[in-house]
Design a protein around this ligand. Structure first.
Ligand code: FES
Ligand code: FES
Length: 160
């Protein structure tokens, strides 16, 4: 079998084990990168979101063989990054975090939106965030944070 190579936070990785191993397990078990969380395991909750080639991706659904030649970015790479900090601060300031289990995945999606040019409006961002489920805080704080970051007009289809 051809070796698989990809980048994780800019560092080259040749994962061990089966080509069908999940990215989520490689990150958490092999690399100790635990920001991406195991949740539903079927692509429905967004807790495991990372970026693959810059796009939010559920790591529970991405298998090693699919990542050959790709660049994976996790929340751990965002330390000191102004965009991640802006999103983190907005979520905290607007009461969008309780246990925090859903927060890393949500941050990957919101930060992706924050870095886009042109930046999307709040309604569009809430639509993007609709794939992130929160079991304890609810969505009112997320809506407030998104409105603060991306502007008004967020009468979206987010399940708030
Ligand atoms: S654990 Fe990946 S989407 Fe829920
Ligand atoms: S803050 Fe607890 S699941 Fe969202």
């Amino acid at each position: 079998m051809k070796p698989i190579h990809f980048l994780v936070n800019g560092k080259p990785l040749t994962p061990t084990g089966e080509a069908t191993r999940r990215l989520l397990d490689i990150l958490r078990e092999d690399l100790g990168l635990t920001a991406a969380k195991p949740g539903c395991g079927i692509g429905r909750c967004g807790a495991c979101a990372v970026w693959v080639d810059g796009r939010p991706t559920n790591a529970c659904l991405a298998m090693a063989w699919q990542l050959d030649g790709c660049s994976v970015t996790t929340l751990e790479s965002g330390d000191g990054d102004a965009a991640f900090a802006a999103v983190r601060d907005a979520l905290a300031r607007h009461g969008a975090v309780q246990c925090g289990y859903c927060s890393p995945g949500l941050m990957m999606t919101l930060t992706h939106a924050w870095r886009q040019e042109p930046r999307p409006d709040a309604s569009a961002v809430l639509h993007m965030a609709s794939g992130h489920l929160c079991r304890c805080t609810g969505y009112a704080g997320v809506r407030r944070a998104v409105q603060a970051l991306f502007g008004e007009g967020a009468d979206s289809d987010h399940p708030a």
